[in-house]
Design a protein around this ligand. Sequence first.
Ligand code: UN1
Length: 512
Amino acid sequence: MSQLIDQTPEATGAAAPTTHGNFIGGEWCESVTGRTFESVNPADTRDVVGRFQASNAADAAAAIRAADLALPAWRATPAPKRGEILYRFGALMAEHKERLARAMTREMGKVLAEARGDVQEGIDIAFLMAGEGRRMFGDTVPSELPDKWAMSIRQPIGVAGIITPWNFPIAIPCWKMMPALVTGNTVVFKPASDTPHCAVLLVELMHEAGFPAGTVNLVTGSGEDVGLPIVQSPDVPVISFTGNNATGTAIAQAAARRLKRLSLELGGKNGVIVMPDADLELATDGIVWSAFGTTGQRCTACSRVIVHEAVADDLVGRIAERAARLRLGPGLDETTDVGPLINAAALEKVGGYAGVGRAEGRLVIGGGSATDRPGCEHGHFFAPTVFDGIEPMDRLGQEEIFGPILSIIRVPDYDAAIMAANQTRFGLSASIFTRDVNLAFRAMRDLETGIVYVNAGTTGAETHLPFGGWKGTGNGHREAGHAALDTFTEWKAVYVDYSGRLQRAQIDNQPE
Ligand code: UN1
């Protein structure tokens, strides 16, 4: 890339950050705009991770064209052969796991152990979907007519637009691209502008694994300049998006005009119910990890604890004590528990919610930015925060914060707990801590979420089960598991009549 873009050294004299290209039709290339943007380390904003193409609609169109050109050969490649490339990609990610994880921590901020987990989630889905190359089950069923064959098969849809968030910068692109590719679609990938370096590293490995030119195309840039043209293109019949509800709704409206297949993974307001018979130490572990892990920046993060009043004081005390001990700092430092928020806008937004919390409830711990702590001076750090006395319909009980703010809602019994847990427009994940097997099963039935945990926090979904939410969390699609194939395939029902005569379904099979 060095010949392409201005690499003027910084005024400090430090080596200029590398400029990375788009990847279109198997080639790294510049945007037609000639402009770039920076990605910076959220734990230390003086550290510029790299420069990336500030692309526009023409770049998106070039990528779509390349994906379209690659489509006939790719869809004609036997699925097990496609799967072999996914296997190689998974193995390459495993080989480069530490390098990818460190790059992710530097660019996105999550602590190293979690970054390794994020990469591992990518590896897991690559291997799972590689296996789908030899499964991709349809149904073979008896026909109602004699000497007639009936079966259903999955077929690719076409060029898939993959628009991904920054909070799982390796795992989520893999969740989307692996099922898209193994089923024979080609891909145009638009990563979040906060984590383009992770996307570049991922696509480099995909290239090395042997995905043919044009099957995977990367275009960096803003949602407006790159994402929107992809969503609006008549040549991109399927879109998969993870992000916030406002963007998801706008994408749904644009996609609806062309009747596109669309998978949306949007917000969450995930609740943990704690019953009086729960193991409170275990519940504390699960809550603290789900609420403050990844600095609360998971769609699955716990942002509400719905606790029976009999054990509320005890539980809140334990949570506060543990939250106070969490060490904030750069995620590359192995002793850090909680890294920074992603950017300045996030710090401001989360700070705003701390203000709302002060008005609605009682501040137990935290409540503000943590940039005065040692090692946090140059990053977007926010203290793990707990508000008690929040009501289910308060803003803190309703709105997705995407930061380390936890609300405590006190309830008198199980029914009130379930009602509070479900009293949200979201429905991604929920959990209950109890030792009562009957209550556990009732909660498994009653919680209106796509994921339910018993005696665990709200995060930690595994890649071979469906991932997604009810209600406002999405539009009914699921990622991961074999359910992910539904987003990226059309069903084709195939009938073969080998009777040699006209047989009319529903007419020639009348009861005698
Ligand atoms: C997300 O935050 O969008 O279950 C994904 C979890 C992770 C995935 C989260 N496996 O928390």
